[in-house]
Design a protein around this ligand. Structure first.
Ligand code: NAP
Length: 303
């Protein structure tokens, strides 16, 4: 884990947090400084949309079970108010850490005091921990995703994979697939240039190659992929799958990072074609365990 790296100063980034006007700060602080006592450790999920998130129930159940005086709440931020609300959050009483989800995993970086080694490479933060008064960014998506691939390693080793999406979580997914032995990762994204930039990030990767895919080649690429991962937000609101039924076969693994709804159209199609389907809940739980370790609330020996 990279906490040690950071404390040695290897990956430390210059402090970038600046105070906004006192007026703005006190106005926005009110929303995060609720009536709860300072002794309570406070954690949040930052993102938009997040109303569907199961994170508060997962963490609050853990706190209750282990008699930890802590609470985890949603902190929804719409794009125009991002800076103001993040600054309020960083100065809130009792805050010990927070998670970051769509669409802010990259944008949060400039507000943090330091980054772990994984983040320096992946440019994506999904977990922030307050350590000696400083906010340090980590990426636990990669470890969480990789852990859930364990059961499928033999089926994907040396094979091709298709990743749909090139947003905040996508670099962690690509890295996880390569670490699991996938030979070629193809990335399709609605905005093609983002897929190109993601592939560029992995240009020195020795374990396998990462290539962007154009719309014209998408369905053929899907057919020849051992695993297809939906790392887009398509399906959160019941949207149709990006990949049509005809490109899916039994023997393939369809992995949707979305867990609510439990079964997206993408997974429904996969099931009807006899593919193995996995939703995002195991990954959410696996990365939650990593986050709890970073926050010092769970030991390695608790695994
Ligand atoms: P993000 O940074 O907001 O990226 C969104 C991605 O979805 C982009 O690639 C975007 O393409 C694509 N997209 C959005 N609307 C689309 C549409 N109508 N058609 C095609 N593509 C569309 O989000 P993120 O942080 O990467 O998260 C992506 C998903 O993974 C979310 O659903 C999130 O909840 C889920 N997730 C789950 C876990 C877990 O533990 N289970 C962990 C992390 C993330 P453009 O670039 O073209 O906009």
């Amino acid at each position: 884990m990279s906490k040690e790296n950071f404390t040695k100063g290897k990956f430390a980034k210059e402090k970038t947090v600046r105070k906004t006007s006192a007026q703005t700060e006190s106005a926005s602080k009110e929303s995060v400084n609720s009536a709860s006592s300072q002794a309570i450790k406070r954690f949040f999920l930052v993102g938009y949309p997040i109303a569907h998130s199961l994170s508060p129930s997962i963490y609050n159940a853990f706190f209750k079970e282990h008699k930890i005086s802590a609470e985890y709440a949603l902190y929804e931020i719409k794009e125009p108010e991002f800076e103001q609300k993040v600054r309020a959050l960083l100065s809130a009483e009792g805050i010990c850490g927070f998670n970051v989800t769509q669409p802010y995993k990259k944008r949060i970086i400039e507000f943090l005091d330091g980054l772990s080694g994984d983040v320096v490479f992946l440019q994506s933060v999904n977990c922030v921990s307050r350590e000696n008064g400083k906010f340090i960014g980590y990426n636990t998506d990669r470890a969480g995703f990789e852990k859930t691939l364990g059961a499928f390693k033999a089926r994907i080793f040396g094979k091709d994979a298709l990743v749909l999406g090139a947003g905040g979580v996508a670099p962690a997914v690509v890295k996880g697939l390569l670490n699991a032995g996938v030979k070629r990762v193809f990335v399709y994204n609605r905005t093609f240039q983002r897929a190109v930039r993601l592939a560029e990030l992995f240009k020195n990767e020795e374990n396998g190659s990462v290539q962007p895919v154009l719309q014209e080649a998408l369905f053929e690429t899907a057919k020849s992929s051992a695993i297809i991962v939906n790392a887009t937000t398509v399906g959160l609101k019941g949207e149709k799958s990006i990949i049509p039924e005809q490109s899916i076969f039994s023997g393939q693994i369809l992995y949707d990072l979305i867990y609510n709804p439990e079964e997206t159209d993408f997974l429904r199609i996969g099931k009807s074609r006899g593919a193995t389907v996995v939703n995002g809940l195991p990954m959410l739980k696996a990365q939650a365990e990593e986050n709890l370790k970073i926050w010092g609330l769970k030991g390695e020996e608790d695994d």
